[in-house]
Design a protein around this ligand. Structure first.
Ligand code: ASP
Ligand code: MG
Length: 492
């Protein structure tokens, strides 16, 4: 099928899932976006602003809850039941207080009843963990999923209290996965069918659907999870199944940034990028939303927006499912990343051939040392590794076959942008900016989207600042980055 006819047929399919003209928006709220009453009130306002677009709301557990559940489970399995129950009690009280602040009257009593029921189930799980003295992957999934069960019920009631027609859906009944506990993958056809059956009628009736992210179950109903941070994945799965017009990832930063604001205070939000660019950013050390988790949206050509729930009026970042060549104007460099703590390794041997490559790969693999980038020339293989710790042992093992040398404390600085390799002026401007810095060019991979080079780690800030000044020359007047922490985009 040609690209165009595939596009047309997916367009037709999408329309057939709902009445023509009916849009669906999937809105995922991360833990920090629902962490307290003020945050949940902001969520209510944001959902209210999207009511016409048929919102499906996917929520994470309240901030820190998943970690606390893990802590409680570990304590119980180690025989410290008292500590485990105290931790869980704290989680219960936090939800109760929020229910009290956000929901009144009979709705409060009903919610309270539901939360109590879930907490009793959680406590009995902890008792079983204490008795068995182990926390296996299956119990762990059951345990960690409680956070999203609590938060989704709470948010649904809070929305109703604010006058929004909303219904709660049990994600475990809709999203069916394999049994790979801790990192389950959806069984696509069943999941799609169940989601359409459960969500479709709700949306048609004008109600918003609310479900927990991250959680799912096997075909036999055993609870699973999609992996830590998996609520983004849930949002993409739901969006793809419903043929949504857009997926919104609401978090606590303004979007994906041009560089790490800790390295360069002029960093600014990237308005628009492709999934491929996002993937390169993730590969080169940026803590952006991982594109793998958004794959279902990408497959269905559904744009994903990264937005700040604290400042919903901002535009955020649009990740376009497919790069539209020519649609992009202005800067050809989208972002600059820096990956620290890299070691540059050179492996010298009289004969660099496929046998040697094979041996080298096998030795690095055995030492669980991931090789990042590779170039070969006559007599030399050069590669980059994320940590030098295994290198002495690797060098010892390769003695007699090849000589291994390395330089530690390097940083890999990378320019990312569609087609930048095909624009020689980008590289020449970049290298002119850092020509006094003893940089080494690295041309890795087959991608046209990156130009990268090594600098000494002590020079990373200076080089990123200079490059940013060149490729993003006009700092925006507003420099209040509201809550940006260590990540360019920390999806909370
Ligand atoms: N609550 C889960 C976690 O903390 C899933 C998520 O927030 O996306 O990993
Ligand atoms: Mg997250």
């Amino acid at each position: 099928m040609s690209g165009l006819s595939r596009e047309l047929s997916s367009e037709r399919q999408r329309q057939s899932r709902f009445e023509q003209g009916d849009d669906v928006v999937v809105m995922k709220f991360g833990g920090t976006s629902v962490e307290d009453a003020a945050a949940i009130r902001r969520v209510i306002g944001i959902v209210q602003s999207r009511l016409k677009a048929h919102p499906v709301v996917v929520v994470s557990a309240l901030a820190r809850v998943t970690d606390q559940l893990l802590e409680a489970g570990t304590a119980a399995a180690n025989g410290h039941l008292g500590a485990a129950l105290a931790t869980v009690r704290g989680i219960y009280v936090r939800h109760e207080q929020l229910a009290d602040a956000l929901v009144d009257g009979s709705a409060y009593s009903a919610l309270d009843g539901e939360l109590r029921g879930e907490f009793r189930e959680l406590e009995s799980l902890l008792l079983r963990l204490e008795a068995s003295r182990q926390l296996d992957a299956q119990s762990r999934d059951h345990l960690l999923g409680f956070g999203e069960c609590f938060s989704s019920r709470l948010i649904k009631e809070a929305l109703c209290q604010a006058g929004i027609r909303a219904a709660h859906l049990d994600a475990r009944a809709c999203i069916v996965t394999d049994a790979r506990h801790g990192q389950a993958s959806p069984v696509w056809e069943v999941t799609e069918q169940r989601l359409q059956q459960a969500v479709g009628p709700l949306l048609q009736s004008g109600a918003a659907a609310v479900l927990g992210g991250f959680i799912a179950s096997t075909g036999d109903g055993v609870p699973t999870t999609l992996g830590r941070g998996g609520s983004d994945f849930t949002a993409a799965i739901v969006g793809a199944a419903l043929g949504a017009a857009r997926v919104e990832i609401w978090t606590d930063v303004d979007g994906i940034m041009t560089t790490d604001p800790k390295l360069c205070s002029d960093a600014r939000v990237i308005r628009k990028m492709s999934f491929d660019e996002a993937a390169e950013l993730a590969h080169f050390g940026a803590k952006v939303l991982h594109p793998a988790t958004l794959a279902p949206a990408m497959r269905e050509n559904i744009p994903v927006y990264v937005l700040n729930s604290r400042r919903p009026e901002r535009d955020g970042t649009e990740i376009a499912a497919r790069a539209r060549p020519g649609a992009k104007t202005g800067n050809s460099v989208s972002a600059i990343t820096a990956k620290r703590n890299v070691a540059a390794v050179e492996i010298q041997s009289a004969r660099v051939n496929s046998e040697l490559l094979h041996t080298v790969y096998a030795v690095f693999d055995r030492h669980a040392c991931a090789v990042d980038v590779m170039a070969t020339s006559q007599g030399c293989i050069s590669l980059l590794v994320d940590s030098a710790s295994a290198l002495p042992a690797i060098a010892a093992e390769l003695r007699g076959v090849a000589e291994v040398r390395w330089e530690n404390h390097q940083a890999l600085v990378c320019l990312v942008g569609e087609n930048i390799r095909r624009q020689p002026e980008v590289a020449s401007r970049a290298f002119a900016a850092v020509s006094d810095m003893d940089v080494r060019v690295v041309c890795q991979g087959a991608s046209d989207r990156t130009i990268s080079f090594l600098v000494e780690e002590s020079k990373v800030e200076e080089s990123v600042r200079r490059l940013h000044g060149i490729f993003f020359p006009q700092p925006q007047p507003v420099r209040d980055w509201g809550g940006i922490s260590s990540a360019y985009c920390q999806a909370g």
